[in-house]
Design a protein around this ligand. Structure first.
Ligand SMILES: Cc1cc2nc3c(=O)[nH]c(=O)nc-3n(C[C@H](O)[C@H](O)[C@H](O)COP(=O)(O)OP(=O)(O)OC[C@H]3O[C@@H](n4cnc5c(N)ncnc54)[C@H](O)[C@@H]3O)c2cc1C
Length: 483
């Protein structure tokens, strides 16, 4: 019999951006049976339950203030690994880092990784996360072969493309609102070297950015671009693209040694500065003028940096932000939000230009911009489409909160008018009307039908799902700051 929810330990939890914070009761189940019993107990006591992996979502997607959080990091076992086929079975608390450390030695790499190695596989599946190769290999869900899902209604569902396919395609991208993944089976990607071949190109504005992506996405394995969101005029959208390609064993004999995971570890210093200090140094520039200087310096350096391909270990290429473990503390005490719209390729350049102009006109600019390319997928509430995303980090200050949210609502209008979508893992500002327009009545109705079966008593809840009105697709629930 699980402990009554009110007697469970309480903890203050943040979104990764520190801009959302609340207190919840915490339970850390060790097996699927415990997950089910705890959800049942919470329902009996009238509490709602949110699932939480590594808590790497930027906003409130894994938060549930005043209620219960199921911390899934207690289920972190690798259940089976077959180095011959690259198929792995894991519990949901296993992390991206656990995966590559185990598989790389056998010449496999996770096919889709986010910009940090710390997220859990359950969190990645639930958000159907993307990597810098979404345009080439699709999202995380495209590499899931099978999963087990425990629902609040008490069902243990086996999900695949042939078994309960409706739940398979909705729980992946379903932000933890259809049940708890308790096992996930995935196909890893074969690699022959511990390194990638990487090429960089400095681009003078959005015209050159988009031309580069369109010219190169068909023959690249990874593409990602840093965008200076502060530059205006004819330099709007300038930045630096990085293009990665896999290396065959005969192209990179020395890269074989780097298949040893211990040889992948990130260096202790960046430009001679200890990694741990870089975050504090960044803090010194963390205001509009300081960041204008940092962005200008980075762009100027890109103009003179070599364009010839170089070799880079997988970990250094993918997990740049993990180089600087304390970077987000530069945004303390009020934190920051990430705003990442996804816009079709036909309208993306215009929409992103309008967005940057709006930011500059309002004097609230993003300190970091990242552009990526996507293709559509089959998951019900996926953010993927044939187009682009521009991820932007906006600092929250003691005085800008209202103006920042107002500006985000105006950006939402630009994105929706351009036929775009949003991504729950990065969202802090979406309102019910934006959510409904982005995903469409038909998809939301299909999701509600599955939710009625999986969770008839509405036990699963997150602050994000309540804010955007997941259970009121045509209604108008309470929303902070709605105008
Ligand atoms: C520095 C940084 C870089 C990032 N880069 C990228 C990127 O490049 N691409 C990208 O797509 N994302 C990126 N992200 C976002 C991150 O990949 C997602 O937020 C991911 O979902 C985090 O996983 P998590 O384990 O921390 O999940 P959490 O944030 O804890 O939870 C995410 C969602 O998963 C649900 N959930 C958790 N466990 C389970 C489970 N067992 N069963 C069902 N649902 C569950 C939660 O309820 C919640 O809705 C980045 C985040 C950071 C901090």
């Amino acid at each position: 019999m699980p402990v009554p929810v009110v007697q469970l330990p309480r903890r203050v939890l943040d979104g990764f951006g520190f801009a959302s914070r609340s207190v919840s009761m915490i339970s850390r189940p060790a097996c699927a049976e415990e997950v089910q019993a705890t959800m049942k107990q919470a329902a009996r006591e009238g509490h709602t339950v949110a699932l939480r992996g590594a808590g790497r979502s930027y906003g409130d997607a894994a938060m549930n203030g005043g209620n219960l959080i199921l911390d899934m990091t207690g289920m972190r076992a690798v259940l089976a690994w077959d180095p011959a086929s690259g198929v792995i079975d894991v519990e949901p608390g296993v992390t991206i880092e656990d995966l590559w450390r185990l598989c790389l030695r056998d010449e496999w790499w996770p096919p889709v990784v986010p910009g940090t190695m710390f997220p859990s596989i359950g969190g990645c599946a639930s958000m159907n996360i993307h990597g810098k190769n979404q345009f080439a290999l699709g999202g995380f869900g495209d590499h899931i072969l099978e999963a087990d899902l425990v629902t609040p209604a008490g069902e243990h569902l086996r999900l695949s493309r042939t078994e309960n396919p409706d739940f398979f395609h909705a729980a992946i991208s379903g932000f933890g609102m259809l049940g708890t993944f308790t096992r996930i089976r995935m196909q890893m990607k074969r690699v022959e070297s511990g390194r990638l071949s990487v090429e960089q190109a400095s681009v003078r504005n959005f015209d050159e950015q988009f031309d580069y992506f369109e010219a190169h996405h068909a023959d690249s394995d990874y593409l990602v671009s840093w965008v200076d969101c502060i530059a205006g005029g004819s330099g709007i959208g300038r930045g630096q693209v990085h293009r990665g390609k896999y290396l065959h064993a005969d192209e990179d004999p020395e890269g074989k040694a780097l298949l040893d995971p211990d040889r992948q570890d990130l260096p202790g210093t960046i430009l001679g500065v200890p990694r741990g200090l870089v975050g504090s140094l960044l803090g010194l520039f963390n205001f509009n003028l300081g960041m204008r200087l940092v962005n200008f310096g980075k762009y100027a350096a890109s103009r003179v940096s070599p364009t010839a391909p170089y070799r880079q270990p997988h970990v250094a290429f993918h997990f740049l932000l993990d180089y600087v473990p304390t970077w987000r503390s530069a945004y303390q005490p009020h934190g920051f939000i990430q705003y990442q719209p996804f816009v079709p390729k036909e309208t993306a350049k215009q929409a992103f230009t309008e967005i940057l102009r709006l930011n500059q006109a309002r004097g609230i600019v993003s300190y970091l911009g990242v552009l990526k390319r996507y293709r559509p997928d089959n998951f019900l509430l996926s953010h993927a489409l044939d187009g682009y995303s521009l991820a932007m980090d906006f600092p929250v200050t003691a005085t800008n909160r209202t103006a920042l949210w107002e500006m985000c609502y105006d950006m939402n209008e630009i994105v929706l008018a351009a036929g775009g979508k949003f991504y729950p893992a990065k969202d802090s500002v979406l309102r019910p009307q934006d959510f409904r327009r982005a995903f469409g009545q038909q998809r939301l109705a299909a999701f509600s039908d599955l939710r009625r079966r999986a969770d008839p008593d509405r036990v699963l809840r997150t602050e994000w799902a309540a804010r955007v009105g997941v259970d009121e697709p045509s209604g108008s629930p309470h929303v902070l700051g709605e105008r």
